[in-house]
Design a binder for this molecule. Structure first.
Ligand SMILES: [Zn+2]
Length: 250
């Protein structure tokens, strides 16, 4: 038997049994499992882990634990200074792109509204999701922990909230997206990149009263939909303004 002392930090505690949250606990395992397997057996999926210390030394996911060792496991964006340490978490993607699991369709629409390249279909199989997120370097968002724990997944996150607009706030914070937002630049139904269109170009493709009222339109080159700054635009602007305010908050 291998006896370990384990402590998880920050948001990784969300995945633990209540009595293990925020405290060091004793954990006994058979054999000498790799750090990735040990962590995931306790709850947290590896894409949310950034640094693992074993007896104060940073190790990678393949490191095998030994009897009497002490593990400290940290999520991304912790306040400890880990610069000189080996991170198991990947560096942030320069231009965040997303791949969303079946249950997150409304969140996909909100991320597209902010201009993020976001793929979502309601029929992705687990292995396809995991492989595609790796090959296309997309952040996989899913509330299926089994998918997140697949070893192919590098960038991934489990939204804690169930309400889509709360999930949006959570994801914007977790991946520090405010500076990357390009609101109203992408087609919400299909993810196409919108381009400007003149009133002449959209004549006959929008209602008469809309055509008479608005002077600026956008169109999607993929699905040919036409967009204008109507009432839904104002509601979305409220969400965007709130997200920008998050930047000012600690
Ligand atoms: Zn489109």
């Amino acid at each position: 038997m291998t006896r370990l002392q384990v402590r998880f930090h920050g948001a990784l505690n969300d995945f633990l049994a209540p009595e293990r949250r925020g405290v060091e606990f004793v954990h006994t395992v058979q054999g000498t499992p790799a750090v990735k397997d040990l962590i995931e057996s306790l709850g947290p999926p590896h894409p949310e882990v950034d640094v693992v210390l074993v007896d104060g030394e940073a190790v990678d996911f393949s490191h095998r634990v030994g009897d009497g060792q002490r593990l400290a496991v940290y999520p991304a964006f912790t306040s400890i200074d880990v610069t000189p340490l080996v991170r198991v978490g990947p560096p942030a993607l320069p231009e965040p792109r997303f791949l969303l699991d079946v249950g997150l369709g409304r969140l996909a629409g909100l991320l597209r509204m902010l201009g993020f390249d976001t793929l979502w279909r309601n029929d992705y199989a687990d292995d396809v999701l995991a492989r595609q997120s790796r090959e296309e370097r997309r952040i996989l968002l899913t509330r299926d922990l089994g998918v997140l724990k697949r070893s192919e997944v590098i960038h991934g996150y489990f939204p804690r909230e169930t309400d889509p607009s709360q999930q949006l706030v959570e994801v914007v914070r977790r991946f520090q997206l405010t500076a990357h937002m390009r609101p109203f630049s992408r087609c919400i139904p299909c993810n196409g990149v919108l381009s400007g269109a003149s009133p002449e170009e959209v004549r006959g493709r929008v209602p008469e009263n809309v055509h008479a009222t608005f002077t600026r339109f956008q169109q999607c080159p993929e699905c040919k939909r036409v967009f204008w700054a109507g009432s839904h635009h104002d509601r979305m602007q409220v969400i965007i303004d709130k997200l920008r305010e998050l930047e000012q908050q600690p």
